[in-house]
Design a protein around this ligand. Structure first.
Ligand code: NAP
Length: 198
């Protein structure tokens, strides 16, 4: 499961668990982006903070793991490089890349989309009511065969978003019950989003 996780929240965790159930996955590996390729201009917390918050959020689930692969790799965190890395680790496994449906809509602009599709199937987590037509519309650019490798997954808990959490922190509002308690405490103790505060 790839994401900037700025910060990780219960929507991500519920999406991961829902994907694990729906696709019968042995485990879900959370991969916080090191240098997110599409984020210029937005405040992205330091990668070590995002890694540690993700670690705290997943540590109690035996089926969840975390990888530093994108944090430790220099340069932009391209999903194609990450999936090639995991494919090489275990060529015989059926790999799935889980992320937000809105992110996947831009996949044609990502680095080496061909390599992404040859190394994994994709799970596109969306909020309820998300129009699947938006994914079907990718057929024109990607072709029907690749679009068939994108699996939509509706996750009601994705009504929570990282941007909403950052906005709440900016206005001094509570983020209790939107993120795990350990993440809430970590953000407060380390003043991770202090730069956003008024
Ligand atoms: P984003 O544009 O910040 O997110 C788009 C939408 O997807 C937001 O609603 C976001 O909600 C949601 N989302 C993001 N990660 C999610 C997850 N794991 N589960 C459920 N919803 C999720 O997306 P991003 O975080 O930058 O990128 C997502 C993934 O795509 C990352 O792994 C990134 O490396 C990869 N990516 C790769 C390339 C490339 O290779 N060139 C380019 C762009 C993205 P929240 O804000 O609440 O998370």
């Amino acid at each position: 499961m790839g994401g900037t996780f700025n910060p990780i929240h219960y929507g991500h965790l519920v999406a991961a668990e829902a994907a694990r159930d729906a696709f019968n996955l042995d485990q879900v590996i959370f991969i916080p982006s090191g240098e997110p390729p599409h984020k210029s201009g937005l405040f992205v917390a330091d990668s070590e903070h995002r890694y540690l918050m993700t670690f705290l959020a997943i540590v109690s689930n035996q089926r969840f793991e975390i990888s530093r692969v994108e944090i430790d790799r220099s340069g932009p965190s391209y999903t194609s490089d990450t999936l090639a890395y995991f494919r090489a680790l275990d060529p015989d496994v059926a790999w799935y890349f889980i992320t937000g449906a809105d992110a996947i809509l831009d996949i044609v602009t990502w680095h080496h989309p061909d390599s992404i599709f040859s190394n994994a199937e994709l799970i596109a987590a969306s909020r309820p009511g998300y129009s699947l037509k938006r994914i079907q519309a990718l057929k024109q650019q990607l072709g029907a065969e690749r679009v068939a490798r994108i699996h939509p997954l509706e996750v009601p808990a994705l009504a929570i978003s990282s941007s909403q959490i950052r906005e709440r922190l900016q206005h001094g509002l509570s983020i209790k019950y939107l993120v795990p308690e350990a993440v809430e405490d970590y953000i407060a103790k380390n003043r991770v989003y202090a730069r956003l505060e008024a």
